[in-house]
Design a protein around this ligand. Sequence first.
Ligand code: NAI
Length: 455
Amino acid sequence: MFDLIVIGGGPAGYLAAERAGHAGLKVVLFEKNSLGGVCLNEGCIPSKALLNSAKLYEHALHGMAYGVKTEGVAIDQPAVVARRGKVVKMLVTGVGAKMRGAGVTVVKENAVIKGRVEGGFAVTAGGQDYEGAKMIIATGSSAVVPPIPGVKENLGDFVVTNREVLELKEVPKNFVVIGGGVIGLEMVAYYATVGAKVTVVEMLDHIAGPTDREISAMLQKELEKKGVTFLLSHKCLAVETGKVIAEAPDGGKVEIPADKVLLSIGRRANLQGFGLETIGVETNRAGIVVDAQGRTNIEGVFAAGDCNGHVMLAHTAYREAEVCVNTILGKKDTMRYHANPSVIYTQPEIASCGLTEEEAKAQGIDYEVKKLSMRYAGRFVAENEGADGLCKILVDKAHRNVIGVHMIGSYTSEIIWGAAEMIELELRVKDAKEIIFPHPTVSEIIRETLWEFKD
Ligand code: NAI
């Protein structure tokens, strides 16, 4: 019998297996596809490979702004897609090596929970049974496919999801994105940069969901400069070959020409097809119900990552996995979400952590806010000709601690963790001000903005 069964080899599953293996547990990990899950194979990593090519292309196009002469600059879409494949392959191999290093048994089959056995649980995979004392479910999430006429019929071809959109061999002439959330916006940034005419159909009156409104409006403006059309407060009614039909706020119908349609209206926890019901694990509309230690209602069964429906982010999944493993090992640990950073890897990037102004208001928190243009960071000005951005910090008026940091501008994804630490440690402004930042770096914008507060 294994000490631990892990179902799912994405960020939550593979990290849980690795941590548990290194702690001396006998672990079996089941993955029906490729190790690394959606994040590594068809999400976070391949999209970043594409976006980096777009960034290089854009820099080359505007080379003269930096005194660099460039001629005949062009995007080679098949080469971009091929590089993405190379990056993914390398990292998937790396996850396999990590599993071997931690002594984890990897079974590349679809696992189905059979039921309880003496001292644990049984799982069947590839015609063989496996038993384990404890179990972590890390089955991830899938793209929501709504009952909009024409969507299901054209899926994988004219209509694509996060998976296929990373493999398009040709840049579509007219690219329509249904849903202006994180996945949609990152692909908008890529395809608008490499020459597609992009239209976004978004149901809400703003893009980027829960992002600070001032910052999401700035991103919208930047993308509009690249020719992107945003149809806000528009509901997608149907998809037909060559077009998307949407309902405008006044009830009128709009037809948008389309060669390719990206469906990015959210993701749903994967709860079917692996026998969750056989042992009676409780679920709700969002996913598997867990407590702050990742425990489900069934003793010995834990859930981490997208399948618990909390926050569908890979870095959150990593931490949830660690909390589950520590709890299994009898170590005290708790999942906290208040300092969970989030990033949208558009150009410019958005990076946020903690409460937005909208959230602080809704929670009745009396806060003070300070903002500074990214141009207050010398490194930003030196490296981003003609560009601007914003850093916005929220401080709790009563306790004087940092409760939210929101930024738009290049490099912000790389510096948000520092802000997360301030929020996690509940640093007061006067303490945060004493931190020495390296100069010149874009990170100094956080320090500069902190100094806008009296104390
Ligand atoms: P999302 O929840 O971020 O955005 C979906 C958008 O679609 C929302 O703005 C919603 O109002 C809109 N929508 C829903 N139904 C619609 C309809 N019928 N017509 C028009 N608009 C409609 O979902 P998304 O972009 O699919 O991303 C899924 C998950 O993946 C997110 O939870 C996100 O956290 C994660 N992700 C994170 C990334 C990152 O951290 N950089 C990158 C990519 C994905």
